[in-house]
Design a protein around this ligand. Structure first.
Ligand SMILES: [Ca+2]
Length: 198
């Protein structure tokens, strides 16, 4: 045999090893898929309940507050709690003076299990409005399931607060403390979203 054919011979001799290695790799991938697929089906990778929380339609929510700043009809400014559900950063709920001990109360058309809320704290329509008015700091989140303390971040960006309520027909945010405004004692909340577990 010349050198060329002996190299080819060496290749063919090694082929069974290559096939075995390839078969082992395919087997390993199949075994991994065999583990991963049942984990996925069991919901391990999507929160453990088989489905991700979904945003509750704001039209199914009513909003009230125990303190609300009077409207300014001439300037077309209104501060009612419903402003936190309109997906508009230019509108907000404002308390009338200090908000400590006051509540914003949301009621739902049907009982829901709330996994988290997402809020835009303060009066986010402008940097000035945000600084001038107070922002919510410590709260009690009160549902049919009980009360739990939480703390909001001093930011005009959307922030997430984990709630994990049982079935509840309402969620009350009772304000315990605030980040003070530089000009007003009024405390503001611009937006809130309710994310519910299926
Ligand atoms: Ca708003």
């Amino acid at each position: 045999m010349n050198g060329r054919s002996s190299r080819a011979g060496a290749f063919w001799e090694k082929l069974p090893d290559l096939v075995k290695a390839l078969a082992a790799l395919v087997g390993a991938i199949a075994a991994l898929a065999g583990v991963v697929v049942p984990l996925w089906q069991a919901g391990v990778f999507d929160g453990g309940n088989g489905k991700e929380p979904a945003k509750l339609d704001p039209s199914l929510i009513s909003a009230t507050a125990t303190s609300t700043l009077e409207s300014d009809p001439e300037a077309q400014l209104h501060y009612f709690a419903r402003n936190t559900l309109d997906n508009n950063r230019k509108t907000a709920w404002n308390s009338d003076g200090s908000a400590e001990g006051e509540s914003v109360i949301y009621e739902f058309e049907r009982s829901v299990r709330i996994a988290r809320i997402r809020v835009v704290n303060g009066y986010a329509k402008s940097d000035e409005a945000f600084k001038w008015n107070a922002r919510i700091r410590e709260v009690e989140i009160i549902t049919d399931d009980g009360a739990a303390p939480r703390e909001f971040v001093d930011s005009d960006q959307l922030q997430t607060i984990e709630v994990d309520s049982g079935k509840t027909s309402r969620l009350e945010i009772r304000i315990e403390s605030v980040y003070p405004g530089t000009r007003y004692r009024d405390t503001a909340l611009t937006e809130i979203e309710f994310w519910i577990s299926p």
